[in-house]
Design a protein around this ligand. Structure first.
Ligand SMILES: *Cc1c(COP(=O)(O)O)cnc(C)c1O
Length: 368
């Protein structure tokens, strides 16, 4: 009999599948890396801001030393941006780190966590890794049904995850509905509001969740520099919550979870409002480019508030995998969504105009 290590809930974990790296697709399909276009991981097609590159180059000289465990300079930059005290800030190795820390800090094995069908997959993984029970509520038009989520809360629920906008669906819940939800949630349950795509939300529907943190001691707003700020490879995100919640996250995080280059780059990027504006504008243009083409092709897509669009590429349950493979052979990497229970759909990250055009050309050929 073979020895079994670890608890059953760890053995049953299915590892997160990210977008295929360019180098891997080059090897598998015998393609030149330079000919490959990756629209699979919601990365910023502009890459990193020049301001962040400069800051990192300066910080390289000190790489022999440990990073500042408390992230003094970065917290000061976040304090300036959001007007919150530094004891409301937790830095994370990507906001993924924050999402995981929340599960470990607030939920015991056996207790429950509420999130929506089609919500970001990391919520299910973090829940399971903590030995907790997932309560998954049915989506409404592919988005979060906050009434269903409130109704699903049970006596042992300790955490709720909401992504707004959500990935991979791009769906968006208006601020007024979110705040009405917060008023309903019992005070002992922590609500993680994951705002990874907040910088792409059109101005007319923006809301200010960080202003709600003063009112709701159980609200944790998570942000990342991986998307609109173009720093995905550095792994840097942060949480804003009142001191009670923040204190627990800081107790269980690794002391040096955010490296010194990431801290330096993030300080520069957060101040780079021109880069942020450029990213959002490029994204809005690319969104029009992709969705107009989908309409011409007669393809269904979900209106998206993020830097990606979900498009339906067939009616059978192999459609997503089939079109994905055909696109890979042409050097175009997008994201199939069967692991989200969406096997007819692909998620396309909005790229540069010429990348979007190359993807659309390949898609037209593949669908013929
Ligand atoms: C991309 C993404 C994140 C963050 O990723 P990090 O790179 O770990 O900061 C968080 N939530 C959602 C919904 C995302 O799509």
């Amino acid at each position: 009999m073979s020895v079994k290590f670890g608890p059953e809930y760890v053995r049953a974990l299915a590892p997160y599948q990210g977008g295929k790296p360019i180098a891997e697709v080059a090897r598998e399909f015998n393609l030149e890396e330079s000919a490959i276009i990756k629209l699979a991981s919601n990365e910023n097609p502009l890459g990193m801001p020049a301001s962040a590159r400069d800051a990192m180059q300066k910080a390289v000289a000190e790489i022999g030393r440990y990073p500042d465990s408390n992230g003094f300079d970065l917290k000061a930059a976040i304090t300036r941006k959001h007007n919150v005290p530094s004891d409301w800030i937790t830095l994370g190795n990507g906001s993924n780190d924050i999402l995981e820390l929340a599960a470990h800090a607030f939920v015991q094995p056996g207790q429950s966590v509420v999130f929506s069908e089609y919500a970001f997959l990391v919520y299910a993984l973090a829940t399971q890794a903590a030995g907790a029970r997932a309560i998954v509520t049915p989506a409404q038009q592919y988005g979060h049904d906050l009434n269903a989520m409130a109704a699903a809360i049970s006596d042992d629920t300790r955490l709720i995850y909401i992504a707004n906008p959500n990935n991979p669906t791009g769906t968006f819940v208006p601020g007024a509905e979110l705040e009405a939800f917060l008023q309903k949630v019992p005070a002992h349950i922590v609500v993680v509001l994951d705002e990874a795509y907040t910088d792409y939300i059109p101005a007319e529907v923006r809301y200010d969740a960080i202003a709600w943190v003063a009112k709701y001691p159980n609200l944790l707003v998570s942000r990342t520099l991986s998307k609109a700020y173009g720093l995905a490879g550095l792994r840097i995100g942060y949480a804003i919550a009142q001191a009670g919640v923040t204190d627990l996250l800081n107790r269980i995080r690794q002391p040096f979870n955010v490296n010194s280059l990431a801290q330096a780059a993030a300080v520069a990027a957060l101040a780079d409002t021109a880069f942020l504006r450029q990213s959002a504008q490029l994204n809005a243009e690319g969104y029009r480019q992709l969705t107009q083409a989908f309409e011409t092709l007669g393809l269904s897509y979900l209106p998206s508030f993020g830097n990606f669009v979900m498009v339906k590429v067939g009616e059978d349950n192999e459609a997503g995998a089939r079109v994905n493979l055909a696109l890979l052979k042409k050097g175009i990497i997008v994201r199939p969504l069967a692991n989200y229970g969406l096997p007819q759909w692909l998620r396309i990250t909005i790229g540069l105009p010429e990348e979007n055009a190359a993807f659309l050309d390949a898609l037209r050929t593949v669908l013929k």
